[in-house]
Design a protein around this ligand. Structure first.
Ligand code: NCD
Length: 313
């Protein structure tokens, strides 16, 4: 049995045993996530709060369904119309949630580092559902689960991550997890969309996408994060699509047994064409279903280690 999980903030906080434990629980939860089996009473009586301070529909829905398939009660707290926008600090909000008897907080925020700060202040587990450019650990875990449904091991697998690495919390979590699981990661990006510290990431970096495709087992395409770009990082969307986008011609350069992945939501016609998305090697919809199972596994692990919250006022 691996060490209990008290919070889930970043992939680097997890041991190999903890990752294997989460993935193995997620495999067991898959039939429930896929609704082939009824929901289970595992978390009955526990309250999960989705505290989403940044726009997100898919990830919130995925956490919502995951908690409900385990019979937890779910309260959704989104930024618009809440007191967080009226100047209440994150910590005040968390204290309110604890006073209301919430057992776990799932936090999505545009500010990198907020989940770790929150975890220091509250006794209940904090699950990072994406913080700024920093981390998105459940995304990387669901991606690993998806890859491992198609190959026995990631040891030695060649994973190519293409696109807007600079603004991507997904890329940061993905690189850490792929390296932990023994994969070789190559990043392909315009030089303006590479982080300045990339040389310390332990990955290969190239800007020649066509050369790397034939030697790729998993092609992981990032979303162009236009909402996080406050200046022009490339001349135009059209040029980005031509130089970096994945279309049918580039899919032909990939090995026959390679996988195409994307965290969603896809900017169709920018980083991926509809033709590429319809390729049989695309596992993008499997990623979505696996997301529910992985989030079930994480909620389960965090809440089985945590005592029940007593209502404090
Ligand atoms: C990711 C995110 O928000 O970090 N999407 C998601 O969780 N559904 C990826 C992205 O925004 O590109």
């Amino acid at each position: 049995m691996s060490a209990p999980l008290t919070d889930l903030i970043a992939i680097r906080d997890l041991s190999r045993e903890q990752v294997d434990g989460i993935l193995s629980d997620a495999r067991e939860m898959l039939p429930i996530a896929r609704r082939e089996r009824a929901s289970v009473p595992t978390l009955r009586g526990r309250i999960v709060c989705n505290l989403f301070l940044e726009d997100s529909t898919r990830t919130r829905l995925s956490f919502d369904l995951a908690a409900k398939r385990l019979s937890a009660d779910v309260v959704n707290f989104t930024a618009s119309g809440t007191s967080v926008n009226k100047g209440e600090s994150l910590l005040d909000t968390a204290q309110t949630l604890m006073a209301l008897g919430v057992d776990l907080v799932v936090l999505r925020t545009s500010s990198a580092g907020a989940p770790v700060q929150l975890a220091r202040e509250v006794e209940i587990p904090v699950l990072n559902a994406g913080d700024g450019w920093h981390q998105h650990p459940t995304q990387a875990l669901l991606d690993a689960l998806t890859m491992l449904q198609h190959r026995d091991t990631l040891e030695g697998a060649r994973v190519t991550i293409v696109g807007d690495v600079l603004h991507s919390r997904v890329a940061r979590s993905e690189v850490e997890l792929m390296r932990l699981l023994g994969a070789h990661v190559t990043l392909v990006a315009p030089p303006t969309l590479l982080p300045p510290d990339v040389s310390s990431w332990g990955v290969t970096v190239t800007s020649d996408i066509d050369a790397v495709l034939p030697d790729t087992d998993v092609l992981y395409v990032l979303r162009v994060q236009r909402e996080r770009m406050h200046r022009a990082f490339f001349p135009s969307i059209r040029e980005y699509a031509q130089v970096w986008g994945i279309d049918a011609a580039r899919m032909r350069r990939l090995p026959a047994d390679a996988l195409l992945m994307h965290p969603g939501p896809v900017n169709r016609g920018v980083e991926l064409t509809s033709g590429a998305m319809e390729d049989p090697r695309s596992v993008i919809t499997e990623q979505v279903t696996n997301g529910i199972a992985v989030r079930m596994a994480c909620l389960y692990r965090l809440l089985s280690a945590a005592p029940r919250t007593e209502v404090t006022s």
